[in-house]
Design a binder for this molecule. Structure first.
Ligand code: PMP
Ligand code: GLN
Length: 407
């Protein structure tokens, strides 16, 4: 393994899912739904396969039907914010959001450039920055409750009505500003944010946008959980003044349609940025699986009730698991979005999330993910553990019952 990748072993998700299989524990670690997405979307994939649509290499930028559906989806959900994209020149289909992130960084970062990312971050960010030869500069999101404890601040309530949903974690804008140097090339953002469940507020996004414009930075924004916002609304960074021309926005069918195995993602951006990302993408995968593109094109045109139904279902599951975790003694940082809950394990007398998660299947038959592995500043993340709630209600209830036995 070369020097750029030597610090990255097996991903935590593969490791924890293997642990779940080995021990037969309930897997609330890796974020994937235990129920597949809509039947009609699956049928659309079967039809495409059977009709021979997409069984040979689809066009490099993605099939026109899907690029049009991505553009129509953006216009439908964000047109009122002034955001729309040309399907011909401003949309690129990728092999999941993961490839979009890697291709964007490979295309836009020069070796030695600094890339700012919000810590804790989704694990592929660090590896993709490294593969691009960039230097990652983490800016830490901190739980409000922990802050209130340590600094006696009385700021525990999420600012639910300021556009974005807010949440239990706070971005320190001064820290973000201080992180920008002459070497900073771009900010790699994620909202709604995995693993914290935070949804950046309108004010936070506006400040980030101003900073990007003022310091002439690009933004790569991972918005794969755009439809999983339980309080407030998702606001695309690209909709802020001065951002459309400097922002690469990333989406994924895996999250929105509960088909994580299909690996269909997309990029929307100004033509020069799409062309740049495409240059890298061409030599990573060239294209992604054809029949699934036809199916996702249909999925993106599902009625609004599908999207709001998914959100409402997951909001109820969030509440169910949050209640169980609270009853079991965890401090719960209530997420405003995504399908993850982050907890603090210190009330349970534990300090290391890694040790806690390794022992948890033996102790009570549940698998979770230590969020410490998503931090550069390891000590910031040591006592936090993430649980996924994209599971059937009976599974979440059983997990809660098992966790209740911890104390
Ligand atoms: N970004 C974030 C924040 C994610 O949580 C995930 C899913 N694990 C991805 C990107 C990857 O998405 P995909 O499966 O489409 O590659
Ligand atoms: N995005 C999912 C998570 O955060 C899993 C992704 C993966 O396994 N690479 O759990």
């Amino acid at each position: 393994l070369n020097r750029r990748l030597s610090e990255f072993g097996t991903t935590i998700f593969a490791e924890m899912s293997a642990l779940a299989v080995r021990t037969g524990a309930i897997n609330l670690g890796q974020g994937f739904p235990d129920t597949d997405g809509p039947e009609e979307v699956r049928e659309a994939a079967v039809r495409a396969l059977r009709d021979g649509r997409g069984n040979q290499y689809p066009p490099g930028p993605g099939i026109p039907e899907l690029r049009e559906a991505v553009a129509a989806h953006q216009a439908h959900w964000y047109g009122h914010l002034g955001l729309s994209y040309d399907p011909e020149r401003e949309v690129l289909i990728t092999a999941g959001a993961t490839e979009a992130i890697a291709a964007a960084l490979l295309a836009l970062v020069e070796p030695g450039d600094e890339v700012i990312a919000l810590e804790p971050y989704y694990d592929s960010y660090a590896a993709s920055i490294a593969m691009a030869g960039g230097t990652r500069v983490p800016v830490t999101l901190r739980p409000r409750a922990a802050e209130a404890e340590s600094e006696a601040e009385s700021e525990a309530e999420p600012d639910a009505d300021s556009g974005g949903g807010g949440g239990a974690y706070r971005l320190d804008l001064d820290e973000l500003r201080d992180a920008v140097t002459d070497r900073t090339r771009l900010i790699l953002l994620n909202t709604p944010h995995n693993p914290t469940g935070t949804v950046l507020t309108r004010d936070e996004l506006a400040a980030i946008a101003e900073l990007c414009v003022e310091r002439d930075l690009l933004a790569v924004t991972d918005e794969v959980y755009e439809h999983l916002v339980f309080e407030g609304a998702h606001l695309p960074l690209a909709s802020f003044p001065g951002m459309r021309e400097r922002t690469v926005t990333i989406g994924s069918a895996g999250k929105t349609f509960s088909f994580t195995g299909w690996k269909v993602g997309w990029v929307t951006a100004a033509p020069e940025l799409v062309t740049a990302v495409r240059s890298a993408k061409q030599y990573l995968t060239y294209v992604s699986a054809g029949p699934f593109q036809y199916a996702v094109a249909e999925a993106l045109r599902l009625p609004d009730s599908y999207f709001t139904g998914l959100r409402d279902d997951l909001r109820a599951k969030r509440d169910l698991l949050a209640k169980g975790l609270t009853a079991a003694g965890f401090t719960v940082f209530r997420p405003a979005g995504t399908y993850f809950i982050t907890t603090d394990i210190r009330p349970l007398g534990a300090g290391s999330g890694i040790d806690f998660c390794l022992a948890l299947p033996e102790r009570c038959g549940v698998v979770a993910v230590p969020t410490q592995v998503f931090y550069d500043h390891q000590s910031e993340g040591a006592p936090f553990v993430r649980f996924a709630f994209c599971k059937r209600a009976d599974v979440l209830e059983e997990a809660a019952a098992r966790l209740a036995g911890l104390t």
